[in-house]
Design a binder for this molecule. Structure first.
Ligand code: SAH
Length: 264
């Protein structure tokens, strides 16, 4: 019997936001590997082995999953959100690259999931409606100067910026520093969203501005979205129009070609 490894994303938390493909991959696995709290979200299957580990040991976890697959097991590596966004899928391929050459011929695949920024955006409207980027503020695997360079580039280009891993006990000051850097480059009234536990029944949204954003209201279960210059409120929602400027801000009347909807 030949083994296999599938890396799945369980979505942001709510069971309904887990895809049927992920549910099927989990149900078929002989072994589940993942961070304890993510494994707890997954319904128990009789006879299945669960290998829960600490959050910080992603590469060890990836190597363990690969050796189980190489020994013939059907392994599902369980990640929160989407497994390819700041998560286990990349750790698995890093382990393949540095590990036993035989791992390259294993049956490895990835099932996508709803990532935190999509669940967070949906809580408030459509803040990612225009061009956006995602930056992890964690400096476990990259330098803080790299993070600063990327924040500056994103602000300069007027992207909507989704910030993952915005805070932790080990580095409480970093989000404050990121806000300071952005305040120097963007308008004070830029919309900022602090969305905690998006896509769960405990979701909490704070809509504020860059001038007033308070880093102490943010924890590791929060996704921060810093708007572009066009991001704004309409009623109780926040959205970013798809084009560079709002119709009402245009100085000349748009032609019909410019107003025809794209991608609908
Ligand atoms: N693979 C995950 C992200 C892992 S990084 C995904 O695709 O969502 C972990 C960070 O994701 C957290 O620090 C937080 O910023 C964000 N996050 C994860 N789940 C979240 C949720 N339900 N609500 C808000 N942010 C969340």
């Amino acid at each position: 019997m030949s083994g296999s490894l599938v890396v799945v994303g369980t979505g942001p938390g709510k069971a309904e936001l887990m895809t049927p493909a992920t549910q099927a991959a989990i149900a078929e696995a002989t072994d589940l590997v993942g961070y304890g709290p993510y494994l707890e979200r997954v319904p128990a299957v009789q006879g299945q082995c669960r290998h829960a580990s600490d959050n910080r040991v992603e590469l060890d976890r990836a190597r363990h999953a690969l050796s189980l697959a190489a020994s013939g097991r059907k392994v599902a590596v369980v990640s929160g959100g989407d497994p390819g966004v700041f998560a286990m899928a990349a750790a698995v391929f890093e382990a393949v690259e540095a590990g036993d050459p035989a791992w390259r011929s294993l049956d490895i695949r990835v099932e996508p999931g709803v990532t935190a920024m999509l669940a967070a955006a949906a809580e408030v409207g459509a803040p990612l409606g225009g061009d956006f980027c995602a930056i992890s503020l964690s400096d476990n695997l990259k330098s803080w100067s790299t993070i600063e360079r990327r924040l500056k580039a994103a602000a300069e280009a007027d992207f909507v910026i989704a910030l993952y891993n915005p805070a932790s006990k080990a580095r409480p000051h970093q989000l404050g520093e990121a806000f300071e850097l952005l305040r120097a480059m963007k308008a004070g009234d830029t919309v900022v969203l602090l969305v905690r536990a998006a896509g769960t029944n405990e979701a909490r949204v704070i809509v504020t501005t860059l001038a007033e954003a308070d880093a102490t209201q943010v924890d590791m279960r929060t996704l921060v979205i810093v708007g572009a210059s066009t991001t704004h409120r309409v009623g109780r929602w926040v959205y970013t129009p798809r084009g560079a400027k709002l119709k009402s801000q245009r100085t000349t009347a748009p032609t019909s070609a410019m107003t025809s909807p794209e991608g609908l």
